[in-house]
Design a protein. Structure first.
Ligand SMILES: Cc1cc2nc3c(=O)[nH]c(=O)nc-3n(C[C@H](O)[C@H](O)[C@H](O)COP(=O)(O)O)c2cc1C
Length: 201
Protein backbone atom coordinates (compact mmCIF):
# COMPACT_ATOMS: atom_id res chain seq x y z
CA UNK A 1 0.00 0.00 0.00
CA UNK A 2 2.81 2.43 0.98
CA UNK A 3 4.66 1.47 -2.23
CA UNK A 4 1.53 2.20 -4.25
CA UNK A 5 1.18 5.60 -2.59
CA UNK A 6 4.81 6.49 -3.33
CA UNK A 7 4.36 5.43 -6.97
CA UNK A 8 1.16 7.47 -7.29
CA UNK A 9 2.83 10.54 -5.77
CA UNK A 10 5.80 10.13 -8.15
CA UNK A 11 3.62 9.86 -11.28
CA UNK A 12 1.32 12.67 -10.27
CA UNK A 13 4.28 15.01 -9.64
CA UNK A 14 5.74 14.15 -13.10
CA UNK A 15 2.40 14.78 -14.70
CA UNK A 16 1.79 18.10 -12.95
CA UNK A 17 5.24 19.49 -13.84
CA UNK A 18 4.68 18.73 -17.55
CA UNK A 19 1.22 20.28 -17.41
CA UNK A 20 2.52 23.43 -15.68
CA UNK A 21 5.18 23.90 -18.35
CA UNK A 22 2.67 23.50 -21.17
CA UNK A 23 0.25 25.95 -19.58
CA UNK A 24 2.98 28.54 -19.24
CA UNK A 25 3.99 28.17 -22.90
CA UNK A 26 0.39 28.46 -24.05
CA UNK A 27 -0.13 31.52 -21.90
CA UNK A 28 3.03 33.09 -23.24
CA UNK A 29 1.69 32.63 -26.79
CA UNK A 30 -1.29 34.76 -25.85
CA UNK A 31 0.67 37.65 -24.36
CA UNK A 32 1.08 40.94 -26.20
CA UNK A 33 3.44 43.67 -25.01
CA UNK A 34 2.54 46.74 -27.03
CA UNK A 35 4.20 50.09 -26.38
CA UNK A 36 4.70 53.64 -27.55
CA UNK A 37 8.13 55.14 -27.07
CA UNK A 38 9.78 58.24 -28.48
CA UNK A 39 13.09 58.33 -26.62
CA UNK A 40 13.26 54.61 -25.76
CA UNK A 41 12.55 54.69 -22.01
CA UNK A 42 9.22 52.90 -22.32
CA UNK A 43 10.87 50.62 -24.87
CA UNK A 44 13.43 49.60 -22.23
CA UNK A 45 10.58 48.72 -19.84
CA UNK A 46 8.74 46.83 -22.58
CA UNK A 47 11.83 44.75 -23.32
CA UNK A 48 12.29 43.83 -19.67
CA UNK A 49 8.61 42.83 -19.37
CA UNK A 50 8.90 40.84 -22.60
CA UNK A 51 11.96 38.99 -21.29
CA UNK A 52 9.97 38.06 -18.20
CA UNK A 53 6.62 37.07 -19.70
CA UNK A 54 7.35 36.22 -23.34
CA UNK A 55 4.72 36.68 -26.04
CA UNK A 56 4.85 39.27 -28.82
CA UNK A 57 6.61 42.62 -28.45
CA UNK A 58 5.08 45.28 -30.69
CA UNK A 59 6.06 48.97 -30.97
CA UNK A 60 3.15 51.25 -31.79
CA UNK A 61 3.78 53.26 -34.96
CA UNK A 62 1.72 56.05 -36.45
CA UNK A 63 0.90 56.65 -40.11
CA UNK A 64 2.03 60.27 -39.67
CA UNK A 65 4.90 60.32 -37.16
CA UNK A 66 5.12 63.18 -34.66
CA UNK A 67 7.63 66.00 -35.23
CA UNK A 68 11.17 65.52 -33.94
CA UNK A 69 11.13 68.93 -32.31
CA UNK A 70 10.07 68.81 -28.65
CA UNK A 71 8.12 72.09 -28.61
CA UNK A 72 6.31 71.09 -31.80
CA UNK A 73 5.24 67.70 -30.43
CA UNK A 74 4.09 69.23 -27.12
CA UNK A 75 1.94 71.71 -29.06
CA UNK A 76 0.51 69.03 -31.37
CA UNK A 77 -0.31 66.66 -28.51
CA UNK A 78 -2.02 69.46 -26.57
CA UNK A 79 -4.18 70.24 -29.62
CA UNK A 80 -5.01 66.57 -30.17
CA UNK A 81 -5.96 66.16 -26.52
CA UNK A 82 -8.21 69.18 -26.73
CA UNK A 83 -10.00 68.14 -29.92
CA UNK A 84 -10.05 64.41 -29.15
CA UNK A 85 -8.23 63.65 -32.41
CA UNK A 86 -7.21 59.99 -32.70
CA UNK A 87 -4.06 59.67 -34.83
CA UNK A 88 -4.33 56.76 -37.30
CA UNK A 89 -2.03 53.85 -36.53
CA UNK A 90 0.34 52.10 -38.91
CA UNK A 91 0.61 49.19 -36.47
CA UNK A 92 -2.16 46.64 -36.84
CA UNK A 93 -2.54 43.82 -34.33
CA UNK A 94 -4.61 40.65 -34.56
CA UNK A 95 -6.04 41.25 -31.11
CA UNK A 96 -8.09 38.00 -31.12
CA UNK A 97 -4.83 36.07 -30.64
CA UNK A 98 -4.16 37.58 -27.23
CA UNK A 99 -5.58 37.21 -23.74
CA UNK A 100 -3.11 39.30 -21.76
CA UNK A 101 -2.11 42.71 -23.04
CA UNK A 102 0.60 44.87 -21.51
CA UNK A 103 0.20 48.46 -22.70
CA UNK A 104 3.20 50.76 -22.34
CA UNK A 105 3.42 54.51 -22.91
CA UNK A 106 5.05 57.70 -21.67
CA UNK A 107 2.97 60.35 -19.89
CA UNK A 108 2.25 63.13 -22.38
CA UNK A 109 0.65 66.34 -21.12
CA UNK A 110 -0.29 64.42 -17.94
CA UNK A 111 -2.50 62.18 -20.09
CA UNK A 112 -2.53 58.96 -22.07
CA UNK A 113 -0.85 59.74 -25.44
CA UNK A 114 -3.40 60.16 -28.27
CA UNK A 115 -2.06 57.14 -30.19
CA UNK A 116 -2.85 54.90 -27.22
CA UNK A 117 -6.37 56.28 -27.24
CA UNK A 118 -6.43 55.28 -30.94
CA UNK A 119 -5.19 51.78 -30.09
CA UNK A 120 -7.77 51.24 -27.36
CA UNK A 121 -10.55 52.58 -29.58
CA UNK A 122 -9.55 50.50 -32.63
CA UNK A 123 -9.11 47.22 -30.74
CA UNK A 124 -11.79 45.48 -28.75
CA UNK A 125 -10.22 44.36 -25.46
CA UNK A 126 -13.42 42.99 -23.97
CA UNK A 127 -12.74 40.03 -21.70
CA UNK A 128 -8.96 40.48 -21.88
CA UNK A 129 -6.52 41.22 -19.09
CA UNK A 130 -4.98 44.64 -19.57
CA UNK A 131 -1.86 45.78 -17.72
CA UNK A 132 -0.58 49.35 -18.12
CA UNK A 133 3.04 50.40 -17.72
CA UNK A 134 4.50 53.85 -17.99
CA UNK A 135 7.56 56.06 -17.91
CA UNK A 136 7.44 59.78 -17.22
CA UNK A 137 9.63 62.75 -16.41
CA UNK A 138 8.91 62.47 -12.70
CA UNK A 139 5.39 63.90 -12.63
CA UNK A 140 3.61 60.56 -12.58
CA UNK A 141 0.96 58.92 -14.73
CA UNK A 142 -1.53 61.83 -14.66
CA UNK A 143 -4.92 60.65 -15.88
CA UNK A 144 -3.49 57.93 -18.16
CA UNK A 145 -4.38 54.87 -16.05
CA UNK A 146 -7.90 56.23 -15.45
CA UNK A 147 -8.35 56.75 -19.20
CA UNK A 148 -7.42 53.10 -19.79
CA UNK A 149 -10.14 52.09 -17.32
CA UNK A 150 -12.62 54.28 -19.20
CA UNK A 151 -11.65 52.96 -22.64
CA UNK A 152 -11.56 49.31 -21.55
CA UNK A 153 -14.77 48.99 -19.51
CA UNK A 154 -15.07 45.25 -20.14
CA UNK A 155 -11.46 44.28 -19.52
CA UNK A 156 -9.82 43.04 -16.37
CA UNK A 157 -7.33 45.78 -15.58
CA UNK A 158 -4.45 44.88 -13.29
CA UNK A 159 -2.33 47.25 -11.21
CA UNK A 160 -0.04 49.23 -13.47
CA UNK A 161 3.66 50.02 -13.25
CA UNK A 162 5.23 53.44 -13.48
CA UNK A 163 8.80 54.71 -13.21
CA UNK A 164 10.75 57.89 -13.86
CA UNK A 165 12.28 57.90 -17.33
CA UNK A 166 13.71 60.75 -19.38
CA UNK A 167 13.10 64.49 -19.41
CA UNK A 168 13.34 65.52 -23.03
CA UNK A 169 12.51 69.12 -22.11
CA UNK A 170 15.85 69.27 -20.26
CA UNK A 171 17.78 67.28 -22.85
CA UNK A 172 17.58 63.98 -20.93
CA UNK A 173 16.57 61.36 -23.49
CA UNK A 174 17.16 57.68 -22.62
CA UNK A 175 17.53 57.50 -18.83
CA UNK A 176 16.59 53.83 -18.29
CA UNK A 177 20.02 52.39 -19.04
CA UNK A 178 22.97 51.07 -17.00
CA UNK A 179 22.22 51.15 -13.27
CA UNK A 180 18.76 52.64 -13.86
CA UNK A 181 17.92 49.74 -16.16
CA UNK A 182 19.02 47.27 -13.48
CA UNK A 183 16.84 49.07 -10.93
CA UNK A 184 13.91 49.00 -13.35
CA UNK A 185 14.41 45.26 -13.83
CA UNK A 186 14.24 44.60 -10.08
CA UNK A 187 11.14 46.82 -9.73
CA UNK A 188 9.42 45.16 -12.69
CA UNK A 189 10.11 41.65 -11.41
CA UNK A 190 8.64 42.50 -8.03
CA UNK A 191 5.58 44.16 -9.66
CA UNK A 192 5.03 41.12 -11.92
CA UNK A 193 5.16 38.75 -9.00
CA UNK A 194 2.76 41.01 -7.05
CA UNK A 195 0.22 40.89 -9.87
CA UNK A 196 0.99 37.16 -10.22
CA UNK A 197 2.29 37.32 -13.77
CA UNK A 198 5.92 36.56 -13.10
CA UNK A 199 7.10 33.46 -14.92
CA UNK A 200 8.41 30.82 -12.52
CA UNK A 201 11.20 28.61 -13.95
C1 LIG B 1 4.92 65.54 -25.81
C2 LIG B 1 5.48 65.16 -24.48
C3 LIG B 1 4.76 65.46 -23.36
C4 LIG B 1 5.24 65.07 -22.10
N1 LIG B 1 4.50 65.34 -21.00
C5 LIG B 1 4.90 64.88 -19.80
C6 LIG B 1 4.09 65.08 -18.64
O1 LIG B 1 3.01 65.66 -18.70
N2 LIG B 1 4.54 64.59 -17.46
C7 LIG B 1 5.73 63.92 -17.35
O2 LIG B 1 6.08 63.48 -16.26
N3 LIG B 1 6.52 63.71 -18.45
C8 LIG B 1 6.13 64.17 -19.65
N4 LIG B 1 6.90 63.94 -20.75
C9 LIG B 1 8.16 63.22 -20.59
C10 LIG B 1 8.04 61.73 -20.89
O3 LIG B 1 6.91 61.16 -20.28
C11 LIG B 1 9.28 60.98 -20.38
O4 LIG B 1 10.43 61.56 -20.91
C12 LIG B 1 9.22 59.51 -20.76
O5 LIG B 1 10.18 58.78 -20.03
C13 LIG B 1 9.47 59.33 -22.24
O6 LIG B 1 9.29 57.99 -22.60
P1 LIG B 1 9.88 57.41 -23.97
O7 LIG B 1 11.39 57.54 -23.86
O8 LIG B 1 9.44 56.00 -23.99
O9 LIG B 1 9.36 58.22 -25.09
C14 LIG B 1 6.48 64.37 -22.00
C15 LIG B 1 7.21 64.10 -23.16
C16 LIG B 1 6.72 64.48 -24.39
C17 LIG B 1 7.51 64.15 -25.63
Amino acid sequence: MTKLLILLTFFSSCFSSVTMKEIRLQESDKVLVVYLSRTNNTKALAEIIHQEVGGDLVPLELINPYPENYRAIVKQVAEENETGFLPPLKTKVDIKKYETIFIGFPTWGMQLPPSLKSFLTENNLEGKTVIPFNSNAGYGVGSSFDTIELLCPKSKILEGFSIKGGKERDGIFLAIKGEKEKEAKVAIKSWLSKIKLGVVD
